[in-house]
Design a protein around this ligand. Structure first.
Ligand code: ADP
Ligand code: MG
Length: 242
């Protein structure tokens, strides 16, 4: 087996808002090419971890290492991280093509390269024929697919997904769970997916971090977590149904 270097490492990371510590001594490693999930109830600190990785927030204590370098010392353009949010956040004044083309255009690709990248991404999310549609003509599920295509068009090394399926109805959510997993495996990049839904986490992940109250309670494969919850919190939380 080849020894893989982690892409991202958290070493004793803590963060407070006002006087409340919302992340407490967080330690973990993220390897490349895997599907990770941060699972936990609302307020447990999941989004805060994503914001530390994307550089929106800075830790009070501890180190965050991105490919062997302290994250604050990695120039933004070398930090190939993109985020997909629950509320899509597409540009409403641009059509589908222009939304997906935004990143490639910024990077300075030429017209042909942009076009080929956009259609490659639209194929990935199965919306090729929607290229010329306006955003407000799309359903919620279609908008979320376009948001995913737009993020992936930047060729991130790590894609952060903050409850991307939570606004969708059950059937669509199931469909998208399967498709997201497929996209991750096809591209072979690292996904860090956030959800409060145990079933979703168990179905999609290679590796799960179960969080509560700013602490990682347990981490392991879905099987580890389902079969051998380490404490009452994990057992209760995994046992709950939504
Ligand atoms: P999750 O994503 O798991 O629901 P968050 O990471 O958003 O949790 O938040 C963790 C805790 O930090 C919560 O108690 C939340 O109220 C608090 N929090 C998050 N962002 C801020 C902020 N900008 N200012 C003050 N408190 C915050
Ligand atoms: Mg959140």
């Amino acid at each position: 087996m080849t020894e893989q270097k982690p892409v991202i490492e958290f070493k004793k990371v803590s963060l407070s808002f006002d006087d409340t510590e919302v992340l407490k001594n967080i330690d973990f490693e993220i390897e490349s090419g895997k599907f990770y999930t941060l699972l936990g109830p609302s307020g447990s600190g999941k989004s805060t971890i994503l914001k530390l990785i994307s550089g929106q927030l800075m830790a009070d204590n501890g180190d965050i290492i991105f490919e062997n370098q302290r994250i604050n010392e990695v120039p933004a353009e070398h930090r190939r991280v993109n985020t997909v949010f629950q509320n899509y956040a597409l540009f409403p004044n641009m059509n589908v093509f222009e939304n997906v083309a935004f990143g490639p255009r910024l990077k300075g690709l030429n017209k042909e390269e942009i076009k080929s990248k956009v259609y490659e991404m639209l194929d990935l999310v199965k919306l090729r024929e929607f290229a010329n549609r306006e955003i407000d003509e799309l359903s919620g599920g279609q908008q979320q697919r376009i948001a995913i295509a737009r993020a992936l068009a930047n060729e991130p090394q790590v894609l952060l997904l903050d409850e991307p399926l939570s606004a969708l109805d059950y059937k669509l959510r199931k469909e998208m769970q399967y498709e997201l997993r497929e996209i991750q495996q096809r591209l072979g990049i690292t996904f860090i997916f956030v959800t409060h839904d145990q079933e979703e986490a168990l179905a999609m992940s290679d590796w799960i971090f179960v969080m509560n109250d700013g602490v990682i309670q347990q981490n392991g494969t879905p099987e580890d977590i389902y079969d051998e919850p380490i404490n009452h919190f994990v057992a209760d939380f995994i046992g709950e149904s939504n």
